[in-house]
Design a protein around this ligand. Structure first.
Ligand code: BGC
Length: 337
């Protein structure tokens, strides 16, 4: 890939500094993971992880990337259903049209001054039949790694989103290591984001053995309490009932404990920690969505954890694509004081 506009390395340096300074309020003595290369990020949800971009009502536009950068985010996470755009048999060739679209979006993000996390998302079959699909995922990553070997350092790779089912914590740990070793052959220094199984939850991640080494960022997702963040979520078979509110002392204490545990693990293992998804479904009253989002973001920052909101213009949105405008309480929760 030859990006039209190079990523600005100065930005990367300032972001590392921001990530390190974002947490100066943590109580003295608290365990702090190494600085994350991502401080404030938003997921470009429901675009390229749909079977085809647009199927779920959202397409990425250059103006959106400019709006994200202007609002103060440093990174976008780009979820992509690569598995739906590749051959079913060896050599599992990725459709060149997908790579061309990814190049365009990544170039536009770099042009806006953003870093990009390329995230292999919704590889549904892998979770049910890993014996068959792990080799295919390895082949997909070999192609992506070769294609982006010369890309600017602001491009990061995220190995696999939310493994679950047959993809156990141990199996995911082993797969992560194999993928990293293979990617390192063509991308010796690129940041690689690796998570755990159990749908990426903090609990599963706490049981995982994160790969160590330079350029590795360890990730979990945070949607707790699920009965609050996913109430009424139409995409679930059995959505939790609506009406659950959030913000009691107990709720806030639970959040604080969760982030402290995550930070302590990162510090112990010597890996930077990244909360790659957190958000609240759009049916929840806006003041409640904003209150939870602000509290989770602040808790992550206090503990030195980089974050990425789920997600820009989708079901958990902070931006109204029809109006071409941010939703003010959500933007303030994510970027305000
Ligand atoms: C899934 C989305 C879902 C979100 C919140 C993501 O990882 O891919 O489909 O909306 O988590 O549950």
């Amino acid at each position: 890939m030859r990006p039209a506009m190079p990523f600005r390395p100065a930005l990367a340096a300032s972001l590392v500094a921001l990530a390190a300074s974002a947490c100066t309020e943590a109580p003295a003595g608290d365990a702090r993971p190494p600085a994350s290369p991502v401080a404030r990020c938003i997921n470009l949800s429901n675009a390229l992880e749909a079977p085809r971009e647009g199927d779920w009502g959202y397409r990425i536009e250059t103006g959106h990337l400019d709006a994200i950068a202007a609002a103060g985010f440093d990174t976008v996470r780009l979820p992509v259903r690569v598995s739906a755009h590749a051959g079913a048999a060896p050599p599992y060739t990725i459709d060149p049209a997908l790579l061309a679209r990814l190049d365009t979006v990544i170039d536009a993000a770099f042009g806006a001054g953003l870093q990009v996390i390329l995230d292999v998302h919704h590889y549904v079959e892998l979770n049910e039949d890993p014996d068959t699909h792990e080799p295919r995922l390895e082949a997909l990553w070999a192609q992506l790694a070769a294609h982006y070997a010369g890309a600017p350092e602001g491009l990061m790779f995220e190995l696999i989103n939310e493994p679950h089912s047959q993809m156990t914590v141990r199996r995911t740990d082993r797969l992560n290591r194999r993928l990293i070793d293979a990617i390192r052959e063509t991308n010796p220094e690129r940041w690689i984001v690796a998570g755990s199984a159990g749908w990426g939850t903090l609990d599963a991640w706490l049981k995982s053995d994160p790969p160590e080494g330079p350029g590795l960022l360890s990730t979990f997702h945070y949607y707790d309490p699920f009965a609050f963040t996913h109430q009424g979520a139409a995409f679930l078979d059995e959505p939790p009932p609506t009406g659950r509110s959030w913000g009691s002392e107990q709720d806030r204490a639970e959040l604080e404990r969760a982030m402290a545990k995550a930070a302590a693990k990162g510090a112990r293992e010597g890996v930077p920690v990244f909360m790659g998804e957190f958000g609240v479904y759009r049916e929840v009253p806006l003041d409640q969505r904003a209150a939870w989002t602000r509290a989770v973001r602040n808790a992550a920052e206090r503990h030195g954890i980089g974050w990425c909101h789920w997600g820009f213009a989708a079901d958990f949105r902070a931006y109204d694509a029809a109006e071409d405008a941010w939703i003010p309480p959500m933007l303030d929760a994510l970027t305000g004081e």
